[in-house]
Design a protein around this ligand. Structure first.
Ligand code: RAM
Length: 880
């Protein structure tokens, strides 16, 4: 059997630069033309140069032939990695017949500056223009000369704020680098390979600095939460073939000036005066004699870490569908999709003329822009024309949530080519695909992915339009599994875990938002809302749920080990705040934005305390900490008992009686067998009594369909999925939603818009049903014991009116795909495709099965089929 290595990755990335991880993990994907292809051994070579690697010499690491089927998370175990080292690697594998594959194509990674002492660059900024409330974004430049014989040019850059780096006039960096972290603790460094951008002779760097989260407006906390104004730090090494080196460092020798960006703020928009542009300011030949010297900041006490989060990029451009003139003489465009990013404008007109580009998610009944839900956010750019040919403009350091764009003051008549929408988010590659016979379900899935694209920007935020956009941890944990099916969020959530840990309180409490943006330091919420606590049930628990989700989806044990102590502290904190293991009825968000159903806080909080403890026991088990596993396992049993004593009647009724109390108790395993059956009946009765409708909020909704499906009520799950009456997912779709709304009643026929105080139309939380679509409807799941889809569980659950589902998930091993169909005669037909070096257990919904010569086995009393990689077809009769 021959295997081919098709893709090599390091730390989940293709050829990453500037790592600070001393034992980077290597991953490869395999392909084979034959079924049941497995790897039985591998050999990794890591070399310090391409030449060595080409000669099959691993002078940094030669693993030798390792008898192992592991093809992900192989820890580098060679020579100590050197600062700025460049490491080339390849791998070959052996298949079942012990035949070696060819070597893979070479891959590489580089290391960053590994010790603080190596940083010689200084932080530079520009003094504020004292009379201005909103400061112009400073421009910086530095000319430098390069000799012939360049081997490699590397830049290490970061900012307290956000930066755009340009080399000889060309933009190099992604958007909003280096992202949002708790700047008091750490900032991420981005590494750029500039070898191709630099030439012998004169060169120049240009940098524009934005306030970003550091000095600009953060949510509703106002501005300057972390610092007064932004600073930039960059160290560039020019290495020559003869072994010599030149450096370019940010320091007092750079030049700074204000430019055309009058201000640019994430929440308050941008004003750009094109008359103030300095032509070719970022070219080597620009005369900067009248620019000032920068202001040098004494230092920075936080950590300089290699960037963990994926870069933020424009991933799509959108053309408007329609444009119309309003009674006021403005023009309103419909982009056809509630999206996040900004608008590029094309305009020709008189010098000094101002065009305002305004953004809104919805329209008022009279067709004007609905801006009320933005609170203090200003989703507007003001562009002042320089009056020369056609001018093309897009903003730098702000973003908006919008479907509609209004042009105010446009000279002449704009048309459909006058604007382009740019979709901007953390560039997490698409992992999932899903399509069904029901267009409404397809639309719901599309809305879920748009909600994710709209809100995953450096951190998982709650809304991209109003003055909030915070990393709400409860939302993140309930949606994490869905998010991971949709896109590769391995690094995105690994970064968010640092945000959570950096914000963890001395008491052990995880916060409601991360980075916590100084909420607790500044005691903002304590004064504004007296129900604030840093340990809201279902929010703080993200500190345990998210690492566990990364383990399930990627088999990542390092994330568990790295944050183990933090998770232990969280569970101990919870335990310390209980009476007889029951959490008190303290003020918290509850099952946030549920609809006509109030879940008692103490029930919710005790259930989540149990859940975090249970996950911690499982995590301890995975890490081989058997004593801890036993200790937290029995603590979980004790909490479950306390929960039953305090809240569950003999007839299975649970205090509060909401759908959410039942699904939490069922999904977290808090009930005995008898109580479980009774609880399912109470849950279903509540749903029926509401006309087959749900009442769950952010927390309950994630478990609602899974709980029904796992407890024999798939029929009810499908009813809820396709229910069109309010409240339901389909209600918003029936009324034109192109994203998931924050509230079930964000807009209703009877009431119109909900309170503008809190009404986002682009919010992913209620979209956590995406997890159910993949795991149950399509039936693609990982084996819970091992995690990471090494062994999948394929268990499609057809129901409702659906006649077919096609879905795939791009796992670390490759694509896992299914397609099922139900024919008119009641035959269920399933195709499964598995990547090499994985296997699956397949369960079919009915009896009288036929399958490709695979013998059936019994598993959990159910017939199942064990398959290896390749393509398989199954058939059975649907149960009557
Ligand atoms: C609002 C948002 C957010 C939620 C908090 C509790 O700000 O809906 O998503 O987590 O409330």
């Amino acid at each position: 059997m021959t295997l081919r290595v098709t893709s090599c990755r390091t730390e989940y990335m293709h050829n990453p630069l500037g790592l600070d991880e001393r034992k980077p993990r290597l991953f490869w994907k395999l392909a084979s033309d034959e079924r049941s292809a497995v790897q039985i051994a591998y050999q990794v070579l890591v070399a310090r140069s391409e030449e060595q690697l080409n000669k099959d010499i691993g002078d940094a690491w030669d693993s030798g032939k390792v008898q192992s089927d592991q093809s992900t998370h192989i820890e580098y175990a060679g020579e100590p990695l050197e600062t700025e080292g460049c490491y080339y690697w390849k791998v070959r594998v052996w298949g079942a017949a012990d035949i070696a594959s060819d070597w893979s194509d070479p891959a590489l990674w580089t290391m960053g500056l590994l010790s603080r002492d190596e940083w010689k660059a200084l932080w530079i900024g520009r003094k504020s223009e004292s009379d201005l409330h909103m400061q112009p974004s400073p421009f910086f430049r530095k000319g430098f000369t390069v000799k012939v014989g360049v081997r490699r040019v590397t830049a290490y850059a970061t900012a307290l704020g956000v930066f755009e780096l340009r080399v000889n006039g060309a933009p190099i960096s992604a958007h909003f680098a280096p992202g949002w972290t708790d700047y008091d603790t750490r900032v991420q460094v981005t590494t750029f390979d500039l070898t191709e951008h630099i030439h012998p002779g004169d060169n120049a760097f240009g940098v524009i600095l934005g306030d970003g989260w550091y000095a600009g407006t953060v949510g509703f906390l106002g501005n300057k939460v972390y610092g007064e104004r932004p600073f930039f730090l960059m160290q560039v090494h020019i290495d020559y073939a003869d072994g010599t080196r030149d450096s370019v460092l940010t320091d007092a020798s750079w030049k700074t000036s204000r430019g055309p960006i009058v201000y640019s703020d994430m929440i308050l928009g941008e004003t750009y005066d094109a008359r103030l542009e300095k032509e070719e300011w970022d070219s080597p030949y620009y005369d900067d004699a009248d620019w000032e010297s920068p202001d040098v900041r004494p230092g920075y006490n936080g950590l300089l870490v290699a960037a963990v989060e994926p870069p933020i990029r424009i991933t799509e451009t959108m053309r408007p569908l329609t444009v119309r003139q309003t009674a006021a003489g403005t023009y309103i465009y419909d982009m056809g999709q509630n999206m996040v990013g900004w608008t590029e404008l094309r305009v020709k007109g008189e010098r000094g003329k101002k065009v305002t580009v305004s953004h809104a998610e919805m329209l008022n009944p009279d067709g004007t822009m609905y801006l009320d839900n933005l609170r203090v956010a200003v989703q507007q750019e003001n562009y002042i024309l320089k009056g020369k040919d056609v001018e093309v403009y897009e903003p730098r350091f702000t973003f908006h949530g919008f479907r509609y764009v209004e042009l105010i003051g446009y000279p002449g008549v704009p048309d459909l080519d006058s604007i382009v929408g740019k979709v901007v988010h953390s560039d997490t590659p698409v992992a999932g695909k899903l399509e069904t016979s029901d267009e409404r379900v397809n639309k719901l899935y599309a809305n879920i992915t748009w909600g994710q694209r709209g809100n995953f920007l450096s951190v998982p935020t709650d809304c991209p339009q109003r003055d909030e956009r915070l990393g709400w941890t409860g939302d993140a944990q309930i949606f994490a599994r869905t998010a991971a099916y949709n896109m590769d969020v391995s690094r995105f959530f690994s970064k968010f875990m640092w945000d959570m840990v950096d914000s963890q309180q001395p008491s052990g409490a995880f916060t409601d938002v991360a980075p916590d943006a100084g909420w607790i330091r500044h005691k903002m919420w304590n004064t504004r809302l007296n129900w604030f606590a840093p340990d809201n049930a279902g929010w703080g628990d993200a500190g345990v749920v998210i690492p566990w989700t990364l383990y399930l989806m990627y088999g990542d044990t390092r994330i568990l080990a790295t944050h183990y102590e933090a998770m232990v502290r969280w569970v101990h904190y919870l335990k310390a705040n209980t009476t007889d293991l029951v959490r008190p009825n303290y003020a918290n968000y509850g099952d946030w934005l549920s609809i006509e159903a109030d879940t008692p806080n103490e029930v919710l909080a005790t259930a989540y305390f149990a859940y975090s403890t249970k996950l911690l026991a499982q995590i301890a088990h995975v890490l081989g900490k058997s004593e801890d596993a036993a200790k937290y396992g029995s603590l979980f049993e004790d909490i479950a008992l306390a929960f039953r004593k305090a809240f569950v009647n003999e007839d299975g009724r649970i205090h509060g009686g909401t759908q959410t109390v039942y699904v939490l108790a069922l999904q977290f395993g808090l009930l005995t067998d008898t109580l479980r059956d009774q609880a399912v009946d109470h849950l279903v009765a509540d749903i029926h009594q509401r006309g087959d409708r749900l009442s769950t909020g952010f927390l309950g909704v994630g478990y609602l369909l899974p709980a029904l499906t796992e407890h024999g009520r798939l029929d009810v799950a499908y009813k809820l999925l396709t229910q069109e009456a309010f409240p339901s997912w389909m209600y918003s779709i029936k009324h034109g939603a192109t994203t998931i709304w924050e509230r079930w009643d964000g807009w209703t026929e009877e009431q119109g818009f909900q309170t503008p105080q809190m009404n986002s139309f682009n919010h992913y939380s209620l979209g956590s049903v995406g997890e159910w679509m993949f795991r149950y409807m399509a039936g693609i799941d990982t084996d819970m014991v091992e995690g990471g889809f090494r062994h999948s569980v394929i268990k499609p659950q057809p129901g409702g009116e659906l006649t077919h589902v096609t879905a795939s998930y791009e796992s670390l091993y490759g694509t896992i795909a299914i397609a099922w169909q139900v024919s008119d005669s009641g035959q269920f037909h399933l195709k499964v495709s598995l990547p090499a070096n994985t296997s699956a257990t397949v369960y079919l919904p009915g009896d009288q099965c036929q399958m490709d010569g695979i013998p059936a086995a019994k598993q959990d009393g159910q017939k199942s089929y064990r398959i290896g990689s390749g393509e398989y077809e199954f058939q059975c009769a649907m149960p009557k």
